[in-house]
Design a protein around this ligand. Structure first.
Ligand code: FCB
Length: 450
């Protein structure tokens, strides 16, 4: 048996827009993802989150299902638009009530809630003011966060500010594949700064009005980046890609500065006039934990082709097996990342806030889903986690992405990440083989060796 530490937390993760549905109910306002889904060609088959997994109505049975799978903690996000459908008006009680009901239900079932404030579904009204490129949004965010700290702080102890700010700013404002869909790298730089500033302000507010025994952190998507070969050029490309994706967010939040080499490189795009004196101090707030979303690695060489060509970086495939997303599978990347946190960023406790895989699941004649490929993916990443813990990494828990199949952003419903299968016609939930396996892992607090 590969045994995990006694207090290790076993969870699953979801997000509001991907599962809730009920987008027009109980006063919810429009989010940027509602709007983005309507733009032609942006989301596969023009799909959207209007119904999704109908979790808004089915949350009680979903929580019971989690209970039946031994899940100890549930990472979900709040739809900002349910709480502040109009940013200048008072909060919407009915929206808050939904999350109160959800949290009560979790607690009755002895599942500890982990609440993320921003999992991408910004109110459209704020987007109309410029979204994350407008500094004022950092105040709106702090107001929204403070309201929830006060209203839910007695029952929710684990809080996350943003989920993957890099995706919000880069994919939303530069590559354009996520809402709101802009394509200007300068906007990414500005938006990323405001996201981090909003994070810092919210953490500060948490210390002032949040629960005393509460914990708060941020979730970053880290792609460990390796040079394609041992030439200086490839190593330099790896440094740039790591700076762009990882250090640009890790350094301000955990060290209080932007990486020097990236500031130098980005001079060609901006004069950073949006960074005000004292901002970095505001961003750099002591956090209780760091959330890591880990799926895959990046391998790079110098070059001008492809998505990162404008930075002189060319991402290459290495021939490793891939998931249904086309993401290369490399559990060692998770191990390396966990140890890197310890080495470069101190001994901050880490939760793996997302890890999992999409596969082209088949429903068998008997109704079961034998997702052995997903199970192996999870097992191998858990083993890498355990090895990292043994080698000194401070990992406190693991949240499998995802509890159930859901709306996978621009891919619509075509990519299934769930350990529970969802039939979108009937909303029937069927745990897959991985779910039963994970249940046993939780019961054993470890992995049985063959
Ligand atoms: C992450 C997102 C999550 C989900 C997974 C597959 O980037 O945080 O919502 O889409 O990828």
């Amino acid at each position: 048996m590969i045994q995990f530490p006694k207090d290790f937390v076993w969870g699953t993760a979801t997000s509001s827009y991907q599962i809730e549905g009920a987008t027009k109910e109980d006063g919810r306002g429009e989010s940027i993802w509602d709007r983005f889904c309507k733009l032609p060609g942006k989301v596969r088959n023009g799909e959207n989150g209007d119904v999704a997994c109908n979790h808004y109505h089915l949350y009680e049975s979903d929580v019971k299902l989690m209970k039946s799978l031994n899940i100890q903690s549930y990472r979900f996000s709040v739809a900002w638009t349910r709480i502040f459908p109009k940013c200048t008006e008072k909060p919407n009680q009915k929206g808050l009530d939904f999350y109160k009901r959800l949290v009560d239900c979790l607690l009755e079932n002895k599942i500890s809630p982990f609440l993320t404030l921003n999992h991408w579904d910004l109110p459209q009204e704020l987007q109309d003011k410029g979204g994350w490129t407008n500094r004022d949004v950092t105040d709106y965010f702090t107001e929204y966060a403070s309201y929830l700290f006060q209203e839910l702080g007695d029952v929710v102890h684990k809080w996350g500010t943003h989920n993957e700010p890099m995706v919000v700013s880069y994919k939303g404002y530069s590559s354009g594949v996520s809402a709101p869909g802009y394509t200007d790298f300068r906007l990414h730089l500005k938006a990323s700064h405001h996201l981090m500033l909003a994070h810092g302000k919210a953490v500060k507010a948490f210390r002032e009005v949040g629960p005393e025994n509460g914990e708060i952190g941020i979730t970053l998507n880290i792609d460990p980046t390796y040079p394609a070969d041992n030439t200086i050029e490839s190593e330099n490309a790896a440094r740039i890609k790591d700076g762009f994706q990882n250090r640009w967010f890790l350094d301000p939040v955990l060290k209080g500065y932007y990486p020097k080499d990236m500031l130098e490189l980005y001079k060609q795009f901006t004069d950073f006039d949006y960074i005000e004196e004292g901002d970095l101090t505001k961003i750099f707030q002591p956090m209780d934990f760091l959330g890591l979303n880990y799926y895959s690695i990046a391998t790079v060489k110098q070059g001008t082709a492809g998505e990162f060509g404008f930075l002189g970086v060319e991402q290459v495939k290495t021939g490793r097996p891939e998931t249904f997303m086309g993401w290369e599978i490399e559990p060692k990347g998770l191990y390396d990342t966990l140890l890197r946190f310890k080495q470069d960023y101190g001994d901050i406790p880490v939760y793996i806030t997302e890890n999992g895989a999409a596969y082209d699941d088949k429903v068998e004649e008997d109704g079961s889903i034998q997702d052995e490929d997903r199970r192996i993916y999870v097992e191998d990443h858990l083993k890498a986690t355990k090895k990292a813990i043994d080698d000194g990494a401070n990992v406190k828990g693991y949240y499998l992405w995802s509890l159930m199949d859901n709306f996978e952003w621009r891919y619509g419903y075509s990519k299934r990440f769930g350990i529970v299968h969802v039939d979108y016609e009937t909303q029937k939930r069927t745990p897959k083989k991985t779910a039963y396996w994970y249940k046993q892992v939780i019961e054993d607090n470890g992995i049985k060796e063959e």
